[in-house]
Design a protein around this ligand. Structure first.
Ligand code: IMP
Ligand code: MG
Length: 183
């Protein structure tokens, strides 16, 4: 049986998300923004972050999956993952990105492969501005450099679940962010 140990409490998350919202509101100075959430992990973060914005905001969502046989998360933590770096789009945005202020909303920045792919894809549509908001960051695992302007928490190299993040699709509904131990 896997153990869950709280790493970041719901109160800490609420406070930090409010700070990120205030920073985004300040940076965009009354201009409209389009939030693009990466399914499914970012859904809860996007829902909370959007309500901390004092801006005219629209939502959209994209879906991505990794090519090749990415091993299970446990295996990946133990032995690493030899990725070709290929990510594919499984769901595209519904609205146009051109000349819009885009904020990509992601649950966690890990190797950087996913956000690198998404950033390049979106840049091709010539947005007015492109920013990245990631609730969590595991910099020790980075394989491709990526700059995120809004980061909630920097965490150590552990597998976390809750607040949208899953392990085999479970635990997304936990209100706190927890480390999954003894997998
Ligand atoms: P990257 O391409 O390696 O940066 O992958 C980021 C994606 O991997 C995130 O959007 C998550 O879906 C997933 N991921 C990475 N680390 C974790 C974790 O600790 N818990 C849950 N999902 C994770
Ligand atoms: Mg994800």
């Amino acid at each position: 049986m896997a153990d869950l140990k709280v790493l970041i409490t719901r109160d800490q998350i609420k406070k930090r998300v409010a700070e990120l919202g205030a920073n985004i509101t300040r940076d965009f100075k009354g201009e409209p923004v389009m939030l693009v959430g990466v399914l499914k992990g970012a859904a809860i973060f996007l829902a909370d972050l959007s309500r901390e914005l004092d801006l005219d905001a629209t939502f959209d969502f994209i879906g991505v999956s990794s090519y090749g046989n990415r091993p299970s998360p446990t295996q990946e933590l133990k032995s690493g993952w030899d990725s070709t770096g290929e990510v594919k789009l499984t769901k595209d945005v519904d609205q146009t990105l051109k000349d819009r202020n885009i904020i990509v909303v992601e649950d966690i920045l890990d190797t950087g492969l996913t956000l690198n792919y998404i950033s390049r894809l979106m840049q091709g549509h010539r947005p007015k501005a492109l920013r990245i908001a990631a609730l969590l960051d595991k910099p020790s695992r980075r394989k491709q450099p990526i700059k995120a302007q809004y980061i909630g928490f920097t965490i150590p190299d552990a597998y976390v679940v809750g607040y949208g993040l899953d392990y085999a699709e479970r635990y997304r509904n936990l209100p706190d962010i927890c480390v999954l131990e003894n997998l």
